[in-house]
Design a binder for this molecule. Structure first.
Ligand SMILES: C[S@@+](CC[C@H](N)C(=O)[O-])C[C@H]1O[C@@H](n2cnc3c(N)ncnc32)[C@H](O)[C@@H]1O
Length: 271
């Protein structure tokens, strides 16, 4: 589903409605939902009888699931006002869940939190709100999931047999990162670009030397990890797609600057 706002709105109203539409569209991705529920189920012993948080709860499906796994209390925290209202309405009948309209970095439960679940992974790992988790006012005993990677691969454009994106078209996109340009197919994510690990300082900048790899097309994708194992990844879960760009060098850099709504990725090729 692709939803665009068609009329002129104030910048704040636009941002709130645009984020709302973006975030409700993730619920089309059933593979993501299954992967997260499996992770919570496997960790149900950490949830039963304990106080838990869902950081950025969206519609609150994982808050609801933690309540069904017998959490003593679940704080479902959501910053977007539309999303908050939708979650509050959905979860109003659940006595265990408290839906709070707050920025997660400002939320202080005033009690011990055993589990914090979140899904703040951007298409380029750090271009959504993952780094917010380093600024929490509370320290959960367990963060679920606790890691993630941005990984890459190189392929040949002519192997993808795309009728529209010919070499001439692709050449116009030098240093432009594009999602959804091709289908991921069975392309593997081969090398690490960036890593996030709960409790470790994240370096939001990488320089990758790919001179030993042959191919004219670079792709990147997110892998959501917990305790070193994959939970879900770009290509397998439609919520995350590969990001593509033509290869015009042997070395590229990626970093993130502070954006208006979320971190802005910066990308460039070096020789
Ligand atoms: C990708 S959605 C995930 C929603 C839900 N956890 C799920 O997995 O179904 C991320 C949610 O986090 C919310 N969010 C983003 N930044 C936040 C912040 N600083 N504090 C609280 N919520 C935030 C967004 O509005 C959005 O609803």
């Amino acid at each position: 589903m692709c939803m665009d706002i068609c009329n002129r709105l104030s910048p704040i109203k636009f941002a709130e409605a645009d984020d709302f539409l973006t975030f409700i569209s993730i619920y089309e991705d059933k593979a993501r939902e299954r992967a997260y529920k499996k992770l919570l189920w496997q960790n149900r012993h950490l949830i039963e009888g304990k106080v838990c948080v869902e950081a950025g709860c969206g519609m609150g499906i994982f808050s609801e699931y933690m309540a069904s796994l017998k959490a003593k209390k679940v704080y479902a925290i959501e910053v977007n006002p539309h999303m908050y209202k939708a979650a509050k309405k959905r979860l109003s009948g659940n006595p265990v869940i408290e839906v709070v309209n707050s920025d997660i970095t400002k939320f202080d439960p005033g009690e011990k939190i055993n589990v914090c679940v979140h899904e703040l992974y951007g298409q380029l790992l750090l271009d959504e709100e993952l780094l917010m988790l380093e600024k929490l006012k509370f320290k959960p005993v367990h963060m679920l999931p606790d890691g993630g990677k941005l990984q890459g691969g190189i392929t040949m454009l002519n192997r993808l047999h795309d009728r529209i994106v010919t070499p001439e078209i692709l050449a116009q996109l030098d240093s432009v990162l594009v999602s959804g340009l091709f289908d991921e197919g069975k392309l593997p994510l081969k090398f690490d670009i960036l890593e996030w690990q709960w409790g470790k300082k994240t370096t939001a900048k990488a320089v990758c030397d790919i001179r030993s790899l042959s191919g004219d097309l670079l792709y990147m994708g997110v892998r959501v990890m917990h305790k070193g194992r994959e939970i879900c990844r770009a290509g397998k879960c439609p919520n995350w797609s590969f990001i593509w760009t033509p290869r015009t060098g042997n070395c590229f850099s990626i970093s993130f600057s502070r954006g208006l709504r979320a971190p802005d990725p910066m990308f460039g090729w070096q020789q």
